[in-house]
Design a protein. Structure first.
Lengths: 241, 413
C-alpha cells in the first residue's frame, strides 16, 4: 500500500477575536496516502476550508500535529512553510487568483520564480504545463482576457509546474459554468490517474463524487470518511483549443 | 529569488498604475530638483569667485595690517589697523629683503563723494601706483595713467572708472576736467575701460589716483591699507611670503609670530574664504529644499500603504505559491526605491536645466560671467538620497505587505 503523505492527529483551530473564541476545527484525525483523490465536503461553516488551509500550509493549527511526507510541520517557521508550499504543494482556487495583466506563461512561471529556477529552464517547464492544459496558442494572452474555464486551466498549470506532492483544489468549479466545471474535474481525474495526490474541497456532492474518497466535515469534526463506491467518471470532452 | 526577478516584478507593479506612480514621485522630483538647482548655482557662484581670484593672478599675495581674522569679528579691525607704513613699503621693495618679488603695490581706499557741476556720485577712491595697470590688467578708454612722478609729488590727478565718467560727465569729455573730491579738487587725466567687478574693487565705480594723493587730500591718514606683492613665479610664492614676514617682523621688532600685526593672504586663502561662505549658503538653502524631500517621502509611504492594501490578494497568492516574507518585502521596497530614484533622476534633470538657464541668463542679461558647472557629486548625492528616501519610507508599507498572512490575504475582498 502507498505511503501516507498527509497525517494529522488531533488537529484543531480556534480563532480568538477580543474575548470571543470561535472553533474553526475541533479535532481532526486524517491520513491521506499518496495517489489518493480525496474530496472534503461539508456545509458552509463546517470547517472544511479551515482544514484545507491548514493542510495547504496557508494557516497554522492551534493544536494537534501535522506531518507532511513524514516531516512534522508544527514547528516550521513562516519561511520554511513558504518553502514547503513552493516545493511540495500546488493550489487551485475558486477565484483562479491569476495576475490579470500577466500572460498565461508568466502566471504559470510564478512558483518557479520563488523556487529560484533560472531561465531558460523556467520557460521550458512553464510552457510544458501550458501545453498540458491545452492553452499552447494562448501562452501570450493576458490572463484577464481568458474565459473562466481557461483561467482555471492556467491555475492548474501553475499548480503543476513545480511537480507538487499534493494538489489542493478549493472549490475549483465554484466560479465556472457546469460544462467548464466538468472539463476541470475531468482534468483533475486524469491527473490523479497519472498518480498525483489531490485534495478537493467542495460543498457540492455532485462534484465530490468525481473523487475516490469522501471526507464529510460538520462542526469542525469528521462526520464520515468513506470510499466512493460508484465513482463518477467524467466523459472525455477534451479541452477546447 | 533572483535579483532580476525582483526588479522586473517591481517595474511591472509600478507600470500597472503609471499616472499614480508619476504623481507619487512629484514631491521627490520637486525636492531633488531644488536641491540640484541650489547646489549647482552654488558651485557656479563659487567657480565665478574662484575665477575672479585667479584673474588676480596666482602669483599675487596681499599684505594686510592687523591680526589675521580668526572669527567674524576680526574683519573690522583689519581695515582700521595702521601698522603698515611707508617705510614698510620701502623695505619690501628692497631686492635684498624680498628677492623674488617683481612688483610691490601699495593700496589705500575709501568712499568719497565726487562732484562735477551739479552732478554728484559716491565713488570708491583707490590709491595706488601705476603698477595697478598690470596688476589688474586695466585698460584706459581715454587719457593716460599717472606715473611715479605723480606718486612722489602727490599730484592732484585721477583716473576715473567708466560709471563715474558717465554719471559726472555724461557724454562730454572728462579728460582735463576738475572734479571735486571731499574738500580738494583733482584733475581727470584718464578714463578706465569697461572692467566691472574685480576682486575687492569695482573699477567702474572707482576713482584711481596716486596713493600719496589719496592719503593726503582725501583719506587723511598716512598708513597703507594693503600691499600687493607679485612673486616672480608660482613656485617662488612660498619664499616671497616667508621673506615678507621676516622683513616686516624685523621692521616692527616682532620676535613672536603670534604677535604679528600684519598677515599675508595668498590667493588660495582668499579662494578658501569665499568657498566657505558659498558652501555654507548652499548647504543652508539645500537643507531648506531637503524638507520637501521629507514631504515627498511621506507621500510615497502613503501611496505605498494604499497599494499594499489594494494588492492584498496578490500578496496572498504570491505567498501561497512560495514567496517568503523577505521576497514580498523586497518586492515592495524595490518598487519604492525605483519610484524615488526615478523621481530623483527626473529632479536632477530639471534642476540642472534650471541652473543651466540661470547661468545663461546671468551671462546674457546681467553680464556676469557665471559658468555652468555640472555638479557631479551633487548628482550622485541626489540619486543616493532619493534611493535612501525610498528605503526609509518604503520600509513600513513593505513590512505591512510582508507580514500579511497568506490565508487572510487570499480571502481579502
Amino acid at each position: 500500500m502507498a505511503t501516507p503523505i498527509i497525517e494529522v492527529r488531533g488537529l484543531g483551530k480556534e480563532y480568538r477575536e477580543q474575548d470571543v473564541t470561535t472553533v474553526g476545527l475541533a479535532s481532526v484525525d486524517l491520513t491521506i496516502k499518496e495517489g489518493e483523490f480525496v474530496a472534503i465536503v461539508g456545509p458552509s461553516g463546517s470547517g472544511k476550508s479551515t482544514l484545507l488551509q491548514i493542510l495547504g500550509c496557508l494557516d497554522r493549527p492551534t493544536k494537534g500535529t501535522y506531518r507532511l511526507a513524514g516531516k512534522n510541520l508544527t514547528s516550521f517557521s513562516d519561511g520554511e512553510l513558504a518553502q514547503v508550499r513552493n516545493e511540495m504543494l500546488g493550489f487551485v482556487f475558486q477565484a483562479f487568483n491569476l495576475m490579470p495583466r500577466q500572460s498565461v506563461l508568466e502566471n504559470v512561471k510564478m512558483p518557479l520564480i520563488y523556487a529560484g529556477v533560472p531561465e531558460p529552464v523556467r520557460t521550458q517547464r512553464a510552457q510544458a504545463m501550458v501545453d498540458l492544459v491545452g492553452l499552447t496558442n494562448r501562452s501570450d494572452f493576458a490572463a484577464a482576457k481568458l474565459s473562466g474555464g481557461q483561467k482555471q486551466r492556467v491555475a492548474i498549470a501553475r499548480a503543476l509546474v513545480n511537480s507538487p506532492r499534493v494538489i489542493f483544489a478549493d472549490e475549483p468549479t465554484g466560479s465556472l459554468d457546469s460544462r467548464s466545471g466538468e472539463v476541470i474535474m475531468r482534468f483533475l481525474q486524469d491527473l490523479n490517474d497519472q498518480g498525483n495526490t489531490i485534495v478537493l474541497v467542495t460543498h457540492e456532492s455532485y462534484v465530490a463524487m468525481a473523487a475516490k474518497r469522501m471526507v464529510s466535515i460538520r462542526d469542525g469534526m469528521i462526520e464520515e470518511d468513506r470510499v466512493i463506491d460508484k465513482r463518477r467518471i467524467i466523459a472525455e470532452q477534451g479541452f477546447e483549443k | 529569488m533572483l535579483l532580476h526577478d525582483t526588479l522586473s516584478m517591481a517595474l511591472r507593479g509600478l507600470s500597472t498604475h503609471k499616472s499614480r506612480s508619476f504623481l507619487t514621485i512629484l514631491g521627490i522630483v520637486i525636492g531633488i530638483s531644488s536641491i540640484t538647482l541650489v547646489t549647482s548655482i552654488g558651485q557656479s557662484a563659487e567657480g565665478l569667485i574662484l575665477g575672479e581670484v585667479q584673474g588676480l593672478g596666482a602669483q599675487n599675495v596681499f599684505v594686510i595690517p592687523g591680526r589675521e581674522p580668526s572669527g567674524p569679528n576680526g574683519f573690522g579691525f583689519t581695515i582700521l589697523d595702521d601698522s603698515l607704513k611707508e617705510r614698510d613699503l620701502e623695505a619690501l621693495r628692497k631686492k635684498s629683503n624680498v628677492p623674488d618679488a617683481t612688483r610691490v603695490v601699495p593700496f589705500v581706499f575709501g568712499p568719497a563723494v565726487a562732484s562735477y557741476g551739479s552732478e554728484a556720485f559716491t565713488a570708491t577712491v583707490l590709491g595706488g601706483t601705476d603698477a595697478l595697470v598690470p596688476l589688474y590688467n586695466l585698460d584706459l578708454s581715454a587719457g593716460m595713467m599717472f606715473d611715479d612722478y605723480d606718486v612722489r609729488e602727490r599730484s592732484q590727478i585721477a583716473v576715473i572708472g567708466k560709471d563715474v565718467a558717465k554719471e559726472l560727465f555724461g557724454s562730454s569729455t572728462a579728460i582735463g576736467e576738475k572734479i571735486k573730491l571731499k574738500d580738494s579738487s583733482v584733475r581727470v587725466i584718464g578714463v578706465l575701460g569697461d572692467k566691472g567687478q574685480s576682486p575687492f574693487v569695482d573699477f567702474d565705480d572707482a576713482i584711481v589716483m596716486p596713493y600719496t594723493t589719496a592719503q593726503t587730500y582725501i583719506l587723511g591718514f598716512s598708513y597703507i591699507q594693503r600691499i600687493a606683492v607679485t612673486a616672480s613665479s608660482p613656485e617662488t610664492m612660498d619664499a616671497v611670503v616667508k621673506d615678507i614676514e621676516a622683513t616686516l617682523r624685523d621692521m616692527h621688532n616682532i620676535t613672536d609670530p603670534e604677535k604679528d600685526d600684519f598677515f599675508v593672504q595668498t590667493p588660495t586663502e582668499i579662494a578658501d574664504t569665499f568657498s566657505t561662505i558659498t558652501s555654507v549658503l548652499t548647504l543652508l538653502l539645500a537643507s531648506v529644499a531637503g524638507i520637501s524631500l521629507v514631504v515627498g517621502g511621506v507621500g510615497i509611504m502613503n501611496i505605498m500603504l494604499v497599494s499594499v492594501t489594494e494588492r492584498t490578494r496578490e500578496i496572498g497568492l504570491r505567498k501561497a505559491l512560495g514567496a517568503k516574507n523577505n521576497d514580498i518585502l523586497l518586492q515592495f521596497l524595490t518598487e519604492a526605491v525605483i519610484l524615488t530614484v526615478a523621481g530623483g533622476i527626473l529632479g536632477i534633470a530639471i534642476g540642472l536645466s534650471l541652473s543651466y538657464f540661470a547661468a545663461f541668463a546671468a551671462r546674457t542679461f546681467a553680464g556676469i560671467a557665471m559658468p555652468f558647472i555640472l555638479p557631479v557629486s551633487g548628482m550622485v548625492m541626489g540619486v543616493l538620497v532619493s534611493a535612501g528616501i525610498g528605503l526609509i519610507f518604503g520600509l513600513f508599507p513593505a513590512r505591512q505587505a510582508a507580514l500579511k498572512s497568506p490565508m487572510e490575504a487570499l480571502r481579502y475582498e
